[in-house]
Ligand binder design. Structure first.
Ligand SMILES: [Zn+2]
Ligand SMILES: [Zn+2]
Length: 373
């Protein structure tokens, strides 16, 4: 594998496009040419953790990392003993490939909780690195290293999709779409006719909204502090709107649902908004935490006597190999929106601008094109 361009994160400098080395695909691995990679909030969390030395325990801080995990591309080469995909196949990357049946969670049918994922961050978990520069290992941040021209991933992470789906758009199914729609349908299992609120209308929140619509929810109440995001929520199926900067959103949502809100989703990642979600739902109702939260969630214990539930949702509780092709079909049939989630396309060299857009709250999603626009 020749050297390739990648956007390399270091401790202080802005992210810069540099030449890095990628290994050939090994046993059970595939080389994927990346057509497009969405810029996700998890990348930003990861950058902050990297720069503030707050990576999870057990991960030695690398000198450099390549982020990006919302990837679609084409299989270019396969290593020995790969059978699920072949060169030329179009794939979406699942950033947390499950072991496929060798752990407690995969055996019981909950592969998104797999405790033995073939972790691509293996440079930092004992394996030999796939990415390096002048012999110094580089980490595949969030497990993929998608802000680059190519990635090498385990076969189980390369989810084959139909060849007529536009890769530059369906890349978002690799994270944001699956996380949001899956939270509504797989995690919460919203029943038709339910009343639902969604707090935080970003890329994931919009997908919770359209997941609630697919599930046949009656009222879908979008909550955000920005009117332009509430307008977007309308296009994705929201029926009612609360601007949280204009008074107490809990009271407003409860009023809109006549006091009987069935589900509330938190898609920001803040303790305060998790509390709002919990307070909004009726007795017996469910608040679902979709955002990446810290340890600062507090809810009143007496509410549990009324069977209120506070539950987590990870990666849309998805089974990658069945759910990703299904979402691609729903998109191709016009039943879910994905194009509308993309507000800007940029070359890899504009990665810092893409994160600036995200911080300014200007976009639902930027998509980077490592091989050019
Ligand atoms: Zn993501
Ligand atoms: Zn497993």
């Amino acid at each position: 594998m020749p050297d390739m361009d990648a956007a390399v994160l270091r401790s202080t400098d802005p992210i810069a496009v540099e030449q890095v080395e990628l290994t050939d695909p090994g046993q059970g691995e595939v080389l994927i040419k990346i057509e497009a990679c969405g810029v996700c909030h998890s990348d930003l969390h990861w950058i902050n953790n990297f720069r503030n030395d707050t990576l999870p325990a057990g991960i030695a801080k690398p000198s450099a990392a390549i982020l990006g995990h919302e990837v679609a591309g084409i299989v270019e080469e396969i290593g020995p003993n790969v059978s699920a995909v072949a060169p030329g196949d179009h794939v979406i990357v699942g950033f947390r490939p499950n072991c496929g049946g060798n752990c407690h969670f995969c055996i019981r049918g909950t592969p998104w909780l797999c405790e033995r994922p073939d972790n691509p961050d293996r440079a930092y978990t004992g394996g030999s690195p796939r990415l390096s520069q002048d012999g110094v290992p580089i980490m595949q941040g969030v497990g993929v290293g998608g802000f680059s021209e190519y990635t090498v991933m385990p076969e189980r992470a390369a989810i084959k999709i139909r060849n007529d789906a536009p890769l530059e758009t369906v890349c978002l199914i690799g994270c944001g779409v699956t996380t949001g729609i899956g939270a509504a349908i797989n995690t919460a299992k919203i029943e038709a006719g339910s009343d639902v609120a969604v707090i935080g209308i970003g890329g994931v929140g919009l997908n919770v909204v359209q997941g609630a619509r697919l599930a046949g929810a009656r009222k879908i109440i979008a909550v955000d502090m920005m009117d332009n995001k509430l307008d977007m929520a309308a296009d994705f199926g929201a029926t009612h709107f609360v601007n949280a900067s204009e008074g107490d959103p809990v009271e407003k949502v409860r009023d809109l649902a006549n006091g009987y809100l069935d589900y509330a989703f938190e898609a920001i990642g803040l303790g305060a908004t998790c509390r709002q979600a919990f307070d909004m739902v009726r007795d017996g109702g469910t608040a679902v935490v979709v955002g990446v939260v810290g340890d600062d969630i507090t809810v009143p214990g007496r509410a549990f006597l009324r069977e209120k539930k506070l539950i987590g949702s990870f990666y849309g509780s998805n089974s990658l190999h069945t759910d990703i092709p299904k979402l691609v079909d729903l998109y191709m049939d016009g039943r879910i929106k994905v194009d509308e989630l993309i507000s800007k396309r940029r070359p890899l060299s504009e990665i810092n601008e893409a994160f600036e857009d995200m911080l300014a709250g200007e976009v639902a999603r930027s998509v980077l094109h490592p091989s050019g626009l």
